[in-house]
Design a protein around this ligand. Sequence first.
Ligand code: NAP
Length: 243
Amino acid sequence: MTRVLILGGTADARNLARIAAGERGLAHGSTLAGRVRAPVLPEGEVRVGGFGGAEGLRAWLRDNAIDAMVDATHPFAATMSEHAAAAASAAGIPLLHLRRPGWVAARGDSWTRVPALSAAAAGLRGRVFLTIGRQGVSAFAGVADAWFLIRAIDPPEPPLPPRHEILLARGPFAVADEIELLRAHRIDVLVTKDSGGPDTEAKLVAARAVGVPVVMVDRPPLPAGGAPVVATVDGAMEWLRLR
Ligand code: NAP
């Protein structure tokens, strides 16, 4: 029996856990950071909360006799991915990064790519639709020249921009609803992270349809450890079957 740890918090991680549950010879468990109050739970055993850094994770891998680890965290969960790379290397177990592809601009899009949230905040004005999740909203706290519609699953913590409205919602979202939202709030610009994936892509299709420009925050790089990377759950399953 190969014991696999899935670092989760994404739809891909949940799909991987569901498929792994039906696979003979694999015993899997998932872990979540515990950021979302009522998370959608993956199938199988779930552990919630951090490990106490890379060293804590290494000890946990050893204590639980883990044979292989899949980092299926969100593309912006860079610290967890770094810790996974360091802990896997120290524990001497194989690691795979599961990273869905980023979004690609299509004909009719008006995107500005920026390297970080701070760069997205610089010079923002008008009516902004901010869909970067709950974390990181404080990077926009000093933007006084803009009004923000902030969408997140749970309420973001202060400091927040002086002029804003909070919309609590969890994807997936439909294009027609996103178009309605952009129009109803007279949005001038959409700010998003390059999370990729179908569940939250509708906002980009809607922005294209109504001519709203997009500020797209680029992903942080993967850790330098050299662990293999796949883009799909099927690819991750293939890798797991070879462990
Ligand atoms: P992060 O900055 O990379 O991680 C911060 C710390 O949270 C880690 O050092 C670790 O604590 C703990 N942690 C993160 N992911 C964990 C996991 N899957 N299991 C156990 N502990 C975890 O991560 P983040 O950006 O805060 O994201 C937290 C979680 O939300 C991730 O699981 C991610 O997949 C999910 N998520 C993130 C985003 C986003 O935009 N960042 C969006 C959607 C979902 P210790 O050092 O104590 O081990």
